[in-house]
Design a protein around this ligand. Structure first.
Ligand code: SAH
Length: 342
């Protein structure tokens, strides 16, 4: 069986043509599956009988299998999905006033080895396929009954270490007869794989870029993120500058406030000098503590001071509120519990 969710619209149309059907039926099928949440070919009433029978015999539309679901008080919903080879991944639905955002996982495990991140405790097993990426969104929409309006590729894994599949994923979810999620509603977060930042800047679909910065200088950043040894800050900032110029888009710098590590006013000053002049804003993230590590979150008063210091120095910044912390929400923690306790 072919997996439906693997196909971009062009690939589906080619598949249909190669099998003696009309290419335009691809759009009709996309609409049924992605707009209507209808996955049984029998119910796709505007396509002809032969094609319905062909789809039934040859194409799999199955949603991902849910092995666990948790719902937080704020209605953040976290799903653990089991893949065909038995690996489990987590996908999170977050509800905001402006819409429903899904946090998508890009790899099984992660090899970037950031010292504060739960995802890296389990090394990368493999990349997710386009089908597994797209199906996270289709499945969330199906199981939750909510329309997905925003996507963040910020789950487990490094999206720029699975670049081609993530870009095809974006092409599918952005398509006019699919979920129709606009480029400005899609964000990809990277720990800083520089060659891919240059490539991403030149993509046709101008989705958002977030950089996990987390430190104002190389010394601290290398301690937190081993990728910094390969791609140090000076080169990273140059790549980000290129991205903003080529794409015309603003970049987001993510900065987790870690108690006693990177949260002093002097760090705020250093950070503002580092990114001054770049079309960017800083997202200050409260640390979600991970039992295995010793890091602690900065207290709210100090976090506020850090925020104010950045603003004082002309840097746009927001202090992010926490969602779903009661359910081990962000950052690989549900999956970790499952893999470790089973
Ligand atoms: N590999 C990509 C995307 C996945 S992580 C990246 O590094 O950007 C998504 C974001 O969550 C990153 O900014 C990451 O640094 C952050 N993060 C990881 N663990 C965290 C934790 N315990 N608390 C808060 N943020 C965390």
């Amino acid at each position: 069986m072919k997996k439906f969710y693997n196909w971009t619209i062009e690939e589906l149309k080619n598949y249909l043509i190669d099998n003696g059907f009309k290419g335009f039926s691809g759009d009709q099928i996309f609409k049924w599956v992605y707009e209507q949440n209808v996955i049984d070919p029998e119910e796709m009433t505007n396509i002809n009988k032969d094609l319905r029978a062909f789809l039934k015999d040859n194409v799999s539309f199955d949603y991902l299998e849910v092995t666990k679901k948790q719902i937080a008080k704020d209605d953040t919903q976290k799903y653990l999905f089991k893949l065909n080879d038995g690996h489990v991944i987590e996908t999170v639905l977050m509800k905001y006033e402006y819409g429903n955002s899904v946090c998508v996982t890009s790899q099984v495990g992660c090899s970037m080895g950031c010292s504060f991140c739960a995802s890296g405790i389990i090394a990368k097993k493999r990349d997710l396929s386009v089908a597994e990426l797209v199906n996270q969104v289709a499945s969330i929409q199906h199981y939750s009954g909510e329309k997905v309006t925003h996507i963040v590729v910020m789950g487990t894994g490094e999206p720029f270490d699975n670049y081609d599949n993530v870009m095809d994923f974006i092409r599918v979810i952005n398509y006019k007869h699919s979920f129709q999620i606009g480029a400005r509603h899609i964000s990809v977060s990277t720990c800083g794989i520089i060659p891919r930042i240059y490539e991403y800047a030149r993509e046709v679909i101008k989705s958002n870029l977030a950089i996990s910065l987390h430190a104002p200088n190389d010394e601290i950043r290398t301690k937190l993120m081993k990728i910094n040894k390969v791609y140090p800050l000076k080169d990273l900032i140059k790549a980000v500058q290129d991205y903003t110029e080529i794409s015309g888009r603003r970049v987001t710098f993510e900065y987790i406030l870690l108690k006693g590590i990177n949260d002093d006013v002097t760090h705020a000053n250093e950070l503002s000098d580092l990114i001054r002049g770049i079309n960017a804003y800083v997202n200050l993230i409260p640390y979600n503590s991970v039992n295995e590590f010793g890091y602690k979150k900065t207290n709210p008063i100090k976090a506020k001071k850090f925020h104010e210091q950045l603003e004082k120095r002309g840097i746009n910044a927001t202090l992010r509120r926490e969602l779903g912390s009661g359910i081990d929400a962000a950052c690989g923690q549900l999956r970790l519990k499952k893999e470790v306790t089973e």
